[in-house]
Design a protein around this ligand. Sequence first.
Ligand code: PLP
Length: 453
Amino acid sequence: MEVKKVLLNESDMPKYWYNVLPDLPNPIDPPLHPATGKPLKPQDLERLFAKELIEQELSNKSEIEIPQEIREVYAIYRPTPLVRAYNLEKALKTPARIYYKNESVSPAGSHKPNTAIAQAYYNKKEGTLSLTTETGAGQWGSALAFAGSIFGLNVKVYMVKVSYEQKPYRKSMINVWGAQIFPSPSNTTNVGREILRKDPNNNGSLGIAISEAIEAALESPNTHYTLGSVLNHVLLHQTIIGLEAKKQFELINQYPDVILAPCGGGSNLGGIALPFVRDKINGRQLRVVAVEPASCPTLTKGAYAYDYADSAKMTPLLFMYTLGHNFMPPSIHAGGLRYHGDSPIISRLYKDGIIEATTLKQNEVFEAAVLFAKTEGIIPAPETAHAIKAAINEAIIAKQEQKQKNILICFSGHGHFDMAAYDNYLSGNLKDIEFSDNLIKEALKDLPNIKVN
Ligand SMILES: *Cc1c(COP(=O)(O)O)cnc(C)c1O
């Protein structure tokens, strides 16, 4: 028997992140200024982000060194294990090997600290005192609260209201790490007050929470905004996942045939897959699949167009797959996957046929989550369970075809704060969202009218 867990020593932790930008077969289109519609200059971003993060956002270097100070904090939980899901394989009677890269071992319980730590570090180094951000399911907000506490920064988190109410212990966690948290829309910003005036029962969305966090950053001195997904520098930091996984596969003389990850803004997918995508661009056989919820199908049903990253149109315009900045996703349990847009890098790779995408419904996802918990023990986050269900589907096909193949899952987080969702599923009360494509058609009418050549 092969080992159950493939472990790396701390000294084997990668010393460089991988930047895919110079290797992309087609470059991504530049972000545009929200007021002028002209390509952004790096200076335009300085009011919002630390300078070194802006440099990384636009960098053409393939390798970017991970500072020692960041590696020391990573060492709290990294390198993370690559685990073979033997019991799940047995339950499925599949000849496929199923591996998962376990990012749930971080203090916040997900992959999000990989970039939160880096963003907090560069901001601290530059003299920033406070950070603002939005959070959907609460994973990003707690990751940033943790990183802020390590580096001594004040953190303000705007959490999508429906998730804030579903997951009270995310708030507690954020408070333990010394950060402030507000349900969004809140009455602490103009954007929030305006939305509440029109619709006092608004459930909130990531787009609204981003607008609030940006307004809060612009209003206060020495304050920057941070984003937990979508942007190039976030995917860059997350490549530590795939770089470690590659070394772990080398240790067992294997290579993945298919990589599966849940896709919200694309950061854990990019993180695990980009170092392998580099091989694929150079001719290696490999499939990479983004797994989306059927009720927020950004890659599979969105438009490839310039759009705002938030609903108040305060952010730069990104060229990406989008359901429209006013798209209000149904309140499903995988809160981390309720975002109208997608990373420009992931969007480009999808457009160019280098990665694929698929969608799943809530009940089949939770069924897979429970099977994983019963066989492998760990209770996955509902987001993560999307990749697990897709992996089970791959393993069943492998069984029908009697083919050995290596399946790699990004185990993006655990579900310890999602137990209400599990209760809901176990009691048979979880609904698959009935969803009309007209909702998407309507939201896509609001796309800004920008010609691309
Ligand atoms: C945030 C989150 C996701 C989705 O975000 P990506 O940027 O697409 O990675 C997936 N899983 C977990 C556990 C998350 O916290």
